[in-house]
Design a protein around this ligand. Sequence first.
Ligand SMILES: NC(=O)c1ccc[n+]([C@@H]2O[C@H](COP(=O)([O-])OP(=O)(O)OC[C@H]3O[C@@H](n4cnc5c(N)ncnc54)[C@H](OP(=O)(O)O)[C@@H]3O)[C@@H](O)[C@H]2O)c1
Length: 334
Amino acid sequence: MNKTYNWAILGCGKIAEKFASDLKLLTNANLYATASRSLDKARRFADEFGFQKSYGSYEEMVADEAVDIIYIATPHTYHCKHTLLSLEYGKAVLCEKAFAINEKEVQEMIAASKKHNAFLMEAFWTRFLPRFRKVLEVIESKELGELKLIQSDFMFYAPFDPESRLYNLKLGGGSLLDIGIYPVFNALMTLGVPKNIEANAELSPTGSDEFLTMVFEYEEGKKAYLKSGFTCDSFNDTVFHFDGGAIRVSRELNDPIFIIKRKEVQNYETQSYAINDGDGFGYQFEAAHVMECLDKGLIESPVLPNSFSVELIQLLDEVRKKIKVAYPNHGEEF
Ligand SMILES: NC(=O)c1ccc[n+]([C@@H]2O[C@H](COP(=O)([O-])OP(=O)(O)OC[C@H]3O[C@@H](n4cnc5c(N)ncnc54)[C@H](OP(=O)(O)O)[C@@H]3O)[C@@H](O)[C@H]2O)c1
């Protein structure tokens, strides 16, 4: 019988609600504590989802000896600070994407995980979804031949608000770090590190990227065409193009995956795979994985190692340099 872990939520915002609701699906997850900058808010959150304790400061909660795992759900600009705080107390950390603002911060977090011998993983939840695992399986099997091209978008309309986390540079504003990270992740996970990157962005009045196109180029002419933005909506599909077929994956959980396999030129066999991504919002899979790692005494995930998160943030840094989006509060100036 596996151990039951005491989970704690640091920052009671929108994503924390979905994550907490998914934690309830896991029998070895005990909903233990919540922390907010406001005690009232922490209490309301705890009552709604059934956590035992609530704290009006993040520092107080991380000092609670009974806390095993801290899920960090604050804006990106605070991820490094809150991760370092949690690791210092020896807590296991699952930190939301983007892991931090830039590579320097991610390296600091990884060094702290090693120093304190405490688990650390980026909450890249899509890596653990059954639909993404199926895509990787098909790519690895080579049943559709060689992967040549990826088209991947993540866009939704978000009206301009200079104070919101999506637009305010002091909160890590910009489409790349918030949602463009998903298409970049899809490309990195399947085609690897590109040899060349092109990126073009439209900037909002705060200087954050509100619409972004990226082209990643690889050896043998392989390419990834990626988009993110807050200026319009999209189906947010990803299409993987092979020299023997294609896979189309919707972002909507539980939608089927479509696969076409070429039998001869312009003659395709079409398959649709019904994928069961479970009952929740999809965050239960990453949370379950963290506990599996802890059961094994690991301080990083073999499925989503921190070296992958370093490659990911390096790509994000490179794209931001090209589109000249810097976070001055983090010592950046491009
Ligand atoms: N995995 C996913 O699918 C997914 C989806 C959405 C967002 N995210 C990530 O999760 C993180 C949070 O996003 P969210 O949409 O949940 O944001 P949100 O609703 O604004 O919540 C962020 C929380 O952070 C805390 N916080 C601490 N300092 C803050 C400050 N100066 N300004 C604003 N909030 C502050 C607040 O909690 P208290 O008031 O309780 O202290 C706030 O509720 C982001 O990094 C984002 O990329 C991930």
